[in-house]
Design a protein around this ligand. Sequence first.
Ligand SMILES: *Cc1c(COP(=O)(O)O)cnc(C)c1O
Length: 367
Amino acid sequence: MNIQFLDLKSINIAHETELKVAFDRVLNSGWYILGQEVKSFEQEFANYCETTHAIGVSNGLDALHLILRAYGIGEGDEVIVPSNTYIATWLAATYAGATPVPIEPCDATCNIDPARIEAAITPRTRAIIAVHLYGQPADMDAIMAIATKHGLKVIEDAAQAHGALYKGRKVGSLGHAAGFSFYPGKNLGALGDGGAVTTNDTCLAHKLHMLTNYGSQKKYVHEEQGFNCRLDEMQAAFLRVKLKYLDDETQRRCEIATKYSEGLKGCPVTLPFMPADVKSVWHLYVVRTHERQQLQSALAEIGIATMIHYPIAPHLQKAYSSLGYKKGDFSVAEIMQDQVISLPISPRMTDREVDFVIESIKNFFTK
Ligand SMILES: *Cc1c(COP(=O)(O)O)cnc(C)c1O
C-alpha cells in the first residue's frame, strides 16, 4: 500500500464538476478582484463561524498580522504566543513590529497553558494569540478571563481549526478576532493561497476591509497606508464550493481519529488528549514517541508517509536568533519538537488504509 500524508488531488477532484462551474462563473464575470464571489464567501463564512463579519484576505499570516495592525499593535508592544506553534503565529507579531512572548503549552493538549500566561504579562503586553493547534480549540474561557482582567485583545489563530467547537461554540467567534488560512492543505483549502478574519467587532471589520485594500474605501482615496492583501474572486468561488462539504469532511476526519485512538491503545505512544468540552476537527493526528525517527523510517519503508509538526520550535529558528533564546528555554516545546509525529489523515482515506497504518505501528512496537 502507498499512503500519502495528504492527497490533495483526490480531495479536490471529489468536487471537480462544481469547481469547474465556479471557475467558469468567475471567468465569464470579467471581474476578478473584490466582487460578488468574495462578498458572498465572506457572508457564508461568517455564518459558518457564527460571527457577524468575515473579511477575505490573502493568507492566514496576513489575517493575523492585519488584525494586530488594525488594533494599533506594533513597535514596543508585546504579543503572547505559544512556544510550540507554526512560525506564522510569531511572524504575525514581528510583521506588525511587536515582540512575540512565548508561553509553553499544556503537556496534555499541546495548546497554550493559560496558567502560565499571567506571569508573562508586562505593561507592554497588548494581545494574546491563542492557536487551536492540530484542530483542537485552546482553553478560551481561561484565556479570555485573563485578557479581560488585563485589558488585552485575544486573537484566535484558527488556521488549523475551521469548524472546531469549544463548549458548543465555533472557533473564530471566541476571541476578539480570528485569523483563518485556506492554504490548500488546511481543512478548508483553496486551490492557492487564501485567508480570512472573523470578528463580531464592526469597527475592526471596517478597518480590515480598508487595510487589505490599500487603506482605501473609496477608489483612489487613501485614509491610511494600507496593504494589498486581498482574497481573489477565483479562490473565493472555489472556497464557496468547498465550504459546503467541510462538515462532511470533518466528520470523516473524526471517524479516522477515533479509529486511530482505539486501534493504537496499548502502543507505547502518547495519543492525543481531548478535553470533554471541545470538538477537534483533526487537522492533524499527532502522537508522541521517544522512537520517532525509527518509527518514521519504518513506516516510510512500507509506503506510509508521516510528517513532523514541527521539527524546530520558533525560538530555536535562525529567523529568531535576534530574540536571544537558546536550547532549554522552552523545554515543553522542545520535548514536543523531538517526539511528535503526525499520522496520515485526510477525508479521502479509506478504512483499509487507516487499519494498515494502525497495524504497521503495532508491528513496529512488537517486533
Ligand atoms: C498555516 C498556518 C498559518 C498561516 O497560514 P498561511 O495561509 O500559510 O499564511 C498560521 N498559523 C498556523 C497555526 C498555521 O497552521
